[in-house]
Design a protein around this ligand. Sequence first.
Ligand code: ADP
Ligand code: MG
Length: 780
Amino acid sequence: MMLDLKHIKKYYTVGDTTTKALDDVSLSFREKEFVSILGASGSGKTTMLNVIGGLDHYDSGDLLINGQSTKTFKESDWDAYRNNSIGFIFQDYNIITHLSIMDNVTMGMTLSGVSNEEKERKATEALERVGLKKHMNKKPAQLSGGQLQRVAIARALANDPEILLADEPTGALDTQTSHEIMDLIKELAQDRLVIMVTHNPDIAEEYSDRIIKFNDGKVLDDSEPYQSGEVNSDFQLNRTKMSFWTALKLSFTNIKTKKGRTFLTMFASSIGIIGIGIVLALSNGFQKQIDNTQAETLSQFPITISRVGLDSQAAAQNSQSNGKNNFAKGQTIRAKRSTAESAQHINKIDDDYVDYVKDIKKSAAKDIAYIYTTGFNLVRQVDGKYKPVTFSNLDESQAQDQSSSDPSSSVGVGGAVYPTDRNGKMSFLKQNYKTLAGDYPSKKTDIVLIADQHNNVNINALKNLGFDVKNNQDLKASDLIGTKVKLIANDDFYRKLPTGTFVPDKNYQQMASSDQTKTLKITGILRTKSKNSDGLLANGVAYNDRLTKEVVDQNKDSAIANAQRSSEQNVLTGQSIKSASRPDLMTYLGAASVPSTIQIYPNSFDQKDRVTNYLDKYNKDKASKDKVVYNDLAGSISSLTGGLMDAITFVLIGFAGISLVTSMIMIAIITYTSVLERTKEIGVLKALGARKKDITRVFDAETTILGVGSGVLGVIVAWLLTFPANILLEKVTDLSNVAQLNPWHAILLVIISTILTVLGGHIPARMGSKKDAAIALRSE
Ligand code: ADP
Ligand code: MG
């Protein structure tokens, strides 16, 4: 390959002094010759070598390669030219110390995409040629200066370049070694152009064919000038490209040389990941716990539709209309309904609605209770005498208040109502309760006592049934089971006075023996199966919803019910009644034909949504007053806890996120340091033909390794921390295995860590890639 320099100028301006490093240099080189460039320090020798090698670019003039101008060369052309045609040898060898000798020698070929086999063959050849066959497997640190220079020569030779540029190759070597290296270079000059810079005239004299003397950027003397003729051979350049794999390898071997620092860096930057990992593991676990408990507990609680419902939307609107939390200004007073009252919604439970509810799919809710909160007229024989009793859980004084003035004032006769399976079975009890004593009820007239998990039965319930018990008194189940209670029809129970009002009759003995009287019997004492369903039915008497229906059917045409229907007064007290309490009174007397409460028991937590969606559909496009609102205790609890968990999680992740950002900045600093440290390496890679992109890639690869490393480390540490965390939590909360790191979260965290570190390191990496190769190689 022939080179022609035509009026090349290269000026450096620093501050207001301009150095003419090359000042109108015109030279031509033969295809094969050994040229020495002699000159004092600072005369521009290195600059010329760099310009010839494409490491540095001339300001003006032209460099002709095989007669072809390089004025239009793009960066990638120069990269390819350096890689394909030029071999560089430096005074201080510039071997990449963290790579093996083999990898150093093959780097140029790696950049131009030569196959592994060919690379190895050519590198071995080159190493043999420089006399290093025996030392091939050593590490650079184990070689002497002369040997390192031989590696550098092998590296320059490996790609078989047409031009070898050597910048004071023996400058750092002793005389003996210098001669050996010079012999080698002389030999190489036989089939290529070698341009060697030296300040040693003896060496120049002894070895080279031609000596060019430099002074102040100008050619002072040329021993064998050459005038190139027409050249026609055009040349083709092979583009270079470093694969990400090569970049990774380069970074990996580099990282291996600073294990301690790398580990510390990874650890520091993994702290954010550890934080987020722990937070996620905890919230994940808590949510799972909550979901499980909810699914178990809350699914068993019914969706309740009562005559007076709570419209949560209205409640929210009301509290909103109060405005902000500030105190009001001025002295104007506003009349305002209480939030609780505004939220009250009178549900219009009519036959249509009952039919609608009856159409709920059995796969969504197996058990539905239609409760007619009607008054039960009950008497029981105690010590041979009948006396009135109730199923209430209220204590005596409250109960007396109730019966003496107006029995309907507090609707409900007490006791718990359990639903019938929609297939007519009483499976609800069997599913949630086991028998402490006696049997499950089998008829609607069978009633049961519900005890809590400690076998307690409400004392008022027992007293109201006519048992003479003291607090904490122990009872035998056999004393309770078999107890019979007579349920009296209204017509037997109430007597009409001449004034038109009705009063309860006192002739209990006679009532009890009436044809219409039903006999209720306590068949068993039941206790909840699991702690979670405790409270599903109130502790005390429980009966079937069909019993309430039967009582209503029996009483709806009773004299007292009929009288109440057509009267504006309370037929029990003779007092006028407020319109609001009229429905309660009607219900109490059995005159209402629709249930006052509907309780829907979803089959599972998931099925509950189907039920509520179905109920919501009923309200669609209905006027506000026709809407029927339901009360979903389970739902409101779960959405509350869910929201709370989310909020806490977000806050904690926010905190951990800050440390992620911190580690990102740290990685940027570390990468920048690495760029500074590896300046020489950047120069060498560029001299070998690496593109800017490739350099960026090397550092990106390094941060990728750091990112993956710190991500994996963080995830592992977070995972390990879940064990002590769980032990601690179990001690404090009784919950086991709360902290659970979701594998998907772990993967996501590694990815996040990698992306953030690469982002953090990318800017310094770009800075590194922009480094001027000529300056990089001059740096110490
Ligand atoms: P030599 O190799 O003959 O010792 P150089 O080619 O290295 O000389 O330098 C020639 C002149 O150019 C010197 O005066 C040097 O200070 C100057 N020089 C080289 N590179 C730069 C640079 N990047 N910025 C400013 N001045 C430079
Ligand atoms: Mg120099």
